[in-house]
Design a protein around this ligand. Structure first.
Ligand SMILES: *Cc1c(COP(=O)(O)O)cnc(C)c1O
Length: 356
């Protein structure tokens, strides 16, 4: 089968070196080799996330830890900021876990304002805020620092943040922002295959989780910490992913964090300019995602046909998500994607559109 380079917002293209690391011969997860591997990735993850707290590894997709955050941290009531499909999913999880919760509903394509969060929290009803930093379904990036600042005003309210499509692409200073949970699946901005979730838990969140009832078994934060202290995971992890993560972290630091952030910003600027010239940008101005560009399909092009034409050129882009299908389309530029690769894609799209 011919491979199409992925410009969809997840899973994203994975470098051959990473795929090779995934194929490392297997070791026992209670062996000293595994402990060494686990202990080796820790300082790198802490540096990446600007945190002194442990960084846990869950063999699940991100949704697992979205659920874990709710089960471990909501005793009273959860406030979920809903501005697209993934944040809507988080509120659905609150309901499925039989927890009390409300939403702040933001029109798709727009971002939350800190004043909205402040007004909701002032009611005194909540003990957790669930925020999706980069809403991959619409292509907006919420103002994380401003929301975190508001949550800090309320000492008993914690903040869980889904950074699935932003972790490693933009600077997220977990401790400085006071994030109680910061989570990401590895198939997006990390550019690893799907199946692993990287997440932090603050000390106070650990304390709250200790007394929580009905946390279930697989995502109990206490178990992650208990095993973390032995450089291990509670259950058998995807060892292959951890090998790949280790290689990817070395690649990230070889590039340099600041260089990586700059590369993402440059790709975003390029793709936004292209989208403005050829279509229109879907996200509200000033809140566009740095890792994917969502264009409004104001020319009514057939996105499925465009993708077929692109497939002949070994590339594929994302259609709009859910109700935005065909009304928008999405080009991901995250992970190990380069400006040259993005330029090549945009030139290919231009050619495909001219030939229609
Ligand atoms: C992809 C994505 C998820 C869900 O990830 P799964 O791998 O399906 O669990 C959650 N949040 C955001 C922002 C995403 O982009």
């Amino acid at each position: 089968m011919k491979h199409k380079r992925l410009f969809i917002p997840g899973p994203v293209e994975v470098e051959p070196e990473i795929l090779q690391a995934m194929g490392t011969p297997m070791i026992g997860h209670r062996s000293s080799e595994f402990k060494e591997l686990y202990a080796g990735v820790q300082p790198k993850l802490q540096e990446l996330l600007y945190t002194a707290n442990p960084v846990f590894l869950s063999t699940s997709s991100a949704t697992g830890i979205m659920e874990g955050s709710i089960r471990n941290l909501v005793a009273k009531r959860c406030l979920t900021i809903v501005c697209g499909a993934f944040s809507q999913r988080w509120h659905g999880i609150v309901q499925e876990c039989s927890k009390a919760g409300d939403t702040i509903d933001i029109e798709w394509g727009k971002a939350v304002r800190p004043e909205q969060v402040d007004a909701a929290l002032a009611t005194g009803k909540y003990d957790l805020v669930a925020l999706v930093h980069n809403e991959t379904s619409t292509g907006i990036m919420n103002p994380l620092a401003a929301v975190a600042e508001v949550v800090k005003k309320y000492p008993d309210i914690m903040l869980a943040v889904d950074t699935v499509s932003s972790m490693t692409a933009v600077k997220i200073e977990v401790d400085k922002l006071g994030l109680d949970v910061c989570l990401a699946g590895t198939q997006k901005a990390f550019a690893l295959p799907p199946g692993l979730c990287v997440f932090t838990v603050s000390q106070r969140a650990m304390e709250r989780s200790a007394d929580m009832k009905g946390k279930g078994f697989y995502f109990d934060f206490q178990a992650f910490r208990e095993y973390h202290e032995k450089d291990n995971t509670p259950c058998t992890p995807s060892v292959s992913h951890i090998y790949a993560l280790n290689v990817q972290l070395d690649r990230i630091f070889r590039e340099g964090l600041e260089n990586r952030f700059t590369r993402h910003q440059e790709m975003a600027n390029r793709c936004r300019n292209w989208a403005r010239q050829n279509f229109a940008l879907f996200p509200e101005e000033g809140y566009e995602s740095v890792t994917l560009t969502t264009a409004t399909n104001n020319r009514g092009i057939d996105i499925t046909s465009l993708n077929k034409a692109l497939a002949a050129r070994d590339a594929t882009i994302g259609n709009g998500y859910g109700k935005l299908k065909d009304k928008t389309f999405r080009i991901a530029h995250m992970g190990d994607c380069t400006l040259d690769q993005l330029n090549e894609l945009l030139a290919n799209i231009d050619e495909c559109l001219e030939r229609r």
